[in-house]
Every structure is written in C-alpha cells, then in structure tokens.
Design a binder for this molecule. Structure first.
Ligand SMILES: [Zn+2]
Ligand SMILES: [Zn+2]
Length: 636
C-alpha cells in the first residue's frame, strides 16, 4: 500500500462480521493447509466482451483420489490491503462440469454450482477425477486492490478474480490468458510481451502477480546489478514527454534501495503504472516481483510526477520489507477471516519512513524536503486525538477496520484511532535516530532491517509452502533491535509501540544535530470539521473532532454545510468562508440535516493545531553532524 494513504481521516467499517474477539492467542493460530497430494490445477482467463466488465474464468482440476466433492473459494480480502471487501460479491454464473478432461473445455455441459456460504461453491464429483469450473467476475475499478475490464484494457489483482481450490492453495498452478486481438499481456513474471502462459508455485504466488492487458501500454527497461527492471506505463492522459525522466528517476530509487539491502531476490521486477486523470481513486500495491501503481492524474503534472516517485519508492521498499521479510501472519494467508497482525507499523510504517528517506538518499530530495515531509507527519500525528488513545500495535490489529474499508454505520474512529502508516513512520524515524545515537554511530535501523532480512528470509529454513524463510513476530523484531543497538531497547517498544506514549522526539533529533520546534499552526482553521474529500459539490461532514468548536455548536456527522456566515458554500469553499472570521468570533452556520435546515453558531476557539518543524541545531557537535550525514546519505 502506498504512502499517500497517510491522511488521518479514515474510511472505516464496522460490519457485524468484523466484530470479532481480539486476542493475541488467535493471532498466533495460523493454520496451514493439510499436506494433501497435489491436484493438477489450471486457470484460463478470457475477456470476450470488455464492455460488460466481465472476466471469464475457467478452472480445470484433476484430482488424484476419489473425493465426494471439491470446494472453490473466493478470498474475502487481498494481501496489501486489509479492509474486507468480499470479492465473492462480484462473482456470477458459476457452473461446474465433473468428468470434463483438461483441455476438452466441455463448453456445452455444466450445472449450476451450489453456493454453500458467502465465499464458497461446492461441486459434487460423481465418481469422476476431473472437473471444470467456469464463472464470470465483474471488475470495473481501476485500483491496486480491485480489477477492471473495459474497452481500454484489462488489469486485475488476482485475489479479486481467482478462486482457489479449498485445501489445495499450496499446489502448483498454471495460468493461460487469451486477450482480445492485438492486446498484449504483461506481468511481473512475463519474459516476453506476447507470453500467454505461466506456471506458479502455488495459488498465493498466482494472485501476487497483477497483470496488465491492453493494446497500447509502453515499456522502458533498465538494469541494476544484473537485475532487469521494467517500467510499464498505461496513460489515459498527456505525458508531455516526461516518461524518460520518470524512468531515470525510478532507476535512482532502485539504486539507492539496492545500496541499503544488497541485490533483491528476483531476476526481474516490473513497475505497472497507470495515469488515469478521471479515475475514482489512486493507490499502489506491492507484490513479489512487481507493483501496481494507479495515479488519478496525468504525467504532465509536476505534482503527479512527484507523487509517482513517492509511491514507487514506497512500493519498491516492500520488495524486502513485507514481501520477503514478513510478519508471521502475512503468508501463507488465511482468506476466510480478516487479517490479524500486530506488525503493520513495521511492514507499512517503516516502509513509509524509508520510502521518503530513500528519495533523499537517491538525490531526488534535499534535506529540507525530507525534513518538511517528516515534520508534516509529526504535525498530523501529534494533532490527532487518536494518537493519545491507540498504540501503533493496536492500530495494526484493527487494520480490517481502518484500511480503506467502506462504512455504513457511523463511528467515532476518527477520534479514537490512528493509522499505522504515519504512526509507524515516526516509530521508524525515532527508533533509527535513537539507535544511531545510543550506539554512538556504530549501528542504525538499516542494520536491524538487514539482520532481520538475513535471519528470517535468507537463512531460515522454509517454514511453509509459501515462500523462502519464515515470518517474524514483533518480539523477534524487538530482540534483534536490542542486539543491533548493543543496548536494551525493550522499554521503547513497551511505551511507544505497545502503548500510545508520545515518542521521544527531542532525544532522537538531538543525536543528529536537529531539533523539533513547535508553534501554532498557520494553516486554516476547520473548527474540527472534516468533509468528504470525494464529493465536489456538497460539504458533507464525515467526522467531527471531539471537544471541538463544531462539536460544541451541535454539528453532526452527515450534516451538509449550506452556508457559513452569509455565504453559501460548497466543499471547495467552506474553509475559505470560515477563515474570514477571527478567533473568538461567533460564526453563524446553516446545515442540511436529513430534510431539515438547522442553524447553529460556531465560536472559533484558540488555535486548534500545533505545527511541528524540524530545524538544524546551529552549534551541533561534529559527532552529531557525522551521524546526520551517515543517516541521510548512507551507502553513498
Ligand atoms: Zn505499503
Ligand atoms: Zn491499463
């Protein structure tokens, strides 16, 4: 997932299905598939009518011993995005044909497969040893999490289109894609642009391979340390000749990250990038040998260009942190219930931190840009009421509620929760500087990450069918940190990770000759109101900060701001209208609430927010300056 999901207002969900009992014991109970003899499983995908948005999927299964039935299941969520989306809701027309031999296709035959729960279909085998299952799956979301088929292209995220054979997720699978005429297929395991067939070690790798299918994507390549990198771009808007520069800058990011980690464990890696100015929402998603990045802007725009570099840096860091060095719950995955892991502040938060630090080390940012960005994150976290109430670890456990899950029931999560992205970013920053300082420059978080990667990915025996090595626990991470720092760091994790105590910024920054300055924010007042950023016209309130001017005025979630003072307002204009007034003044407002019009008065308070700025200490010691240089330019 990308760094630009850092904002502190969450789209959250509390469906009844998610109201589970949280216990650490259940987290540890990662069940593995039974060691059954492998089936022969082959997937075929076609897209005969792109305008229908229906992918046609056919799964051929050959079993090796008599079975009464075979179950097929759609994942409830997808690795990298932890909201529960229930991909089965977009599946239709599921038909099965027992006895159909692989390759025969048995087009005319088939019966309606029985759905036995929301995500599972059951096929009786009737004494046969092979079957074909066919279904259609609707996809019209251009997003790293979902899939889209239309007249322009097909792109999919595997978990949203492919069922697995229950109990046989670990078996090797084949994939064949038949695209429309002149459309070309590309993914992170392609070795040629006209490739139509792939073999994957298991289902988990199959769905970790997002794929782009279109007539008009472009591809640029470069090599770093003998590894091949491809930048595949599908633009629905103007590029203004900036693609060459983009590829060169991505190469700088790859070089900087490879300097820290050493050569990545793959032969080739593919950046799959969309520029879709009319898209609904943008995101990025990490995969083993690729990333899928969706931008709702054109490459022509400078902010879009910079955003793309930031996302690319974040997603590429995941090659190591999360895709290979992974929390124990993250692979193989259990797709029947929401993910439970305590480690997303490492997996996502540290990736946020390093994604930015790597832009500095790659020479794409200067010190000031990095300090400005990190200071912005501190400002966001320290002004967020949830950061006093929820720890980094608890936020990780609640990922299924927080990670862009949709919401129907109104919640107070914007006041009581924190995102593990920015919170984890700051845990990473502070921990890095503390290790550098307390070890007197001999060690850093880079060394912790490196040792973790070596111990858990490179040199651990394979613990499951899924991938090399084994997953780590947060206790493993704390142990390795103390080992690398040469001093006991367990108190840090107890206070600032497991509990929500404010991070020791002052000590951390002092170690590198910096200080954190706090002042009243210059940004516009909001009175504690947040409106829905996805709506252009209506200023619909999605959250109200606890103990804010808006709460005291009696405003509510769901209210639509109609006027502020004497001015009628939209979502674009209400802040401007509010900021005409001075602190201490009374501002008459009108809101629409259901079918009623309600008048209220907002009394603007003293400054609502503090702003945090990272500044250089003028008379910093030579040791501190040396540590700062090592931090910002590590590896040259
Ligand atoms: Zn991420
Ligand atoms: Zn495309």
């Amino acid at each position: 997932m990308p760094r630009h999901v850092r904002h502190l207002v969450f789209n959250v969900v509390l469906t009844s299905a998610l109201l589970m009992v949280l216990s650490w014991a259940s987290v540890a109970a990662q069940t593995l598939p039974t060691e059954a003899t492998p089936y022969r499983i082959a997937y075929h995908m076609t897209m005969p009518n792109p305008r229908s948005h229906l992918f046609h999927v056919l799964i051929e299964v050959e079993i090796n011993k008599p079975e009464e039935f075979v179950d097929f299941q759609m994942p409830r969520w997808s690795p990298g995005r932890y909201g529960v989306f229930e991909f089965a809701k977009n599946v239709q027309q599921v038909y099965a044909t027992p006895g159909c031999r692989p390759g025969e296709r048995c087009d005319a035959a088939g019966f309606y497969a029985t759905r036995i729960d929301t995500q599972t279909w059951r096929v009786p085998m009737n004494n046969s040893k092979s079957l074909t299952l066919r279904y259609k799956v609707f996809g019209d979301d251009l997003s790293g999490t979902f899939s889209q088929l239309d007249e322009r292209h097909a792109k999919y995220n595997g978990a949203s289109v492919f069922m697995y054979v229950l109990g046989h997720k670990q078996d090797p699978v084949k994939l064949t894609i038949e695209p429309p005429p002149d459309w070309r297929v590309m993914n992170g395991y392609s070795t040629a642009a006209n490739q139509r067939e792939w073999e994957f070690a298991n289902y988990d790798i199959l769905i970790d391979t997002p794929t782009e299918i279109a007539p008009d994507w472009t591809m640029d390549e470069f090599k770093v340390d003998g590894k091949l990198y491809r930048v595949v771009v599908h633009s629905f808007g103007e590029e203004a000749g900036k693609r060459t520069a983009l590829v060169r800058d991505i190469e700088k990011i790859v070089r900087a990250q490879t300097r820290m980690w050493g050569a990545p464990d793959f032969d080739s890696y593919t950046f799959l990038i969309h520029f879709a100015p009319n898209g609904r929402s943008g995101d990025g998603m990490e995969h083993l040998t690729s990333t899928q990045i969706i931008n709702t802007c054109t490459l022509r725009s400078e902010s879009c260009y910079q955003e793309t570099l930031g996302t690319a840096s974040h997603e590429f860091f995941h090659v190591w942190n999360v895709k290979r060095l992974r929390p124990i719950e993250l692979g193989p995955w259990d797709f029947t219930k929401p993910l439970q892991t305590r480690a997303l502040w490492i997996a996502e938060g540290f990736t946020n931190y390093y994604g930015q630090l790597m832009l500095r080390r790659a020479g794409l940012w200067d010190d000031e840009q990095l300090f400005h960005s990190l200071g912005g994150t501190i400002t966001g976290i320290e002004n967020s009421p949830g950061s006093r109430l929820m720890s980094a670890e608890e936020a990780s456990v609640l990922a299924p509620f927080l990670d862009r899950a949709g919401h129907e029931q109104r919640t107070n999560l914007s006041n009581i929760s924190i995102s593990y992205y920015p919170k984890g970013e700051l845990v990473g920053l502070v921990l890095d500087l503390l290790i550098r300082g307390r070890s007197e420059g001999r060690a850093s978080l880079d060394d912790v990450m490196h040792l973790m990667y070596d111990e858990f990915y490179m040199h651990s025996p394979k613990a499951t069918y899924y991938l090399k090595g084994r997953g780590y626990t947060v206790e493993d991470f704390a142990r390795v940190t103390s080992q690398v720092a040469g001093t006991d760091m367990s108190d840090f994790f107890k206070r600032h990770v497991r509990a929500p105590e404010t991070l020791p910024y002052d000590e951390a920054f002092a170690h590198v000759g910096l200080k954190l300055v706090r002042r009243a924010a210059r940004e516009p007042v909001t009175a504690g109101i947040t409106t829905d950023p996805r709506v252009r016209q209506d200023a619909r309130i999605v959250s109200i900060e606890g103990d804010s001017a808006a709460e005291r005025a009696g405003l509510r979630q769901g209210d639509v701001l109609v006027s502020v003072g004497k001015t009628n307002v939209t979502n674009a204009s209400w802040r401007g209208a509010l900021n005409i007034y001075k602190r201490g003044e009374n501002v008459p407002v009108t809101v629409r609430r259901a079918r009623q019009t309600v008048n209220a008065t907002i009394k603007l308070d003293t400054p609502e927010r503090q702003e945090y700025i990272i500044e250089e200490i003028k008379d910093a010691t030579p040791e501190a300056l040396k540590r700062r240089a090592a931090w910002l330019k590590a590896g040259g």
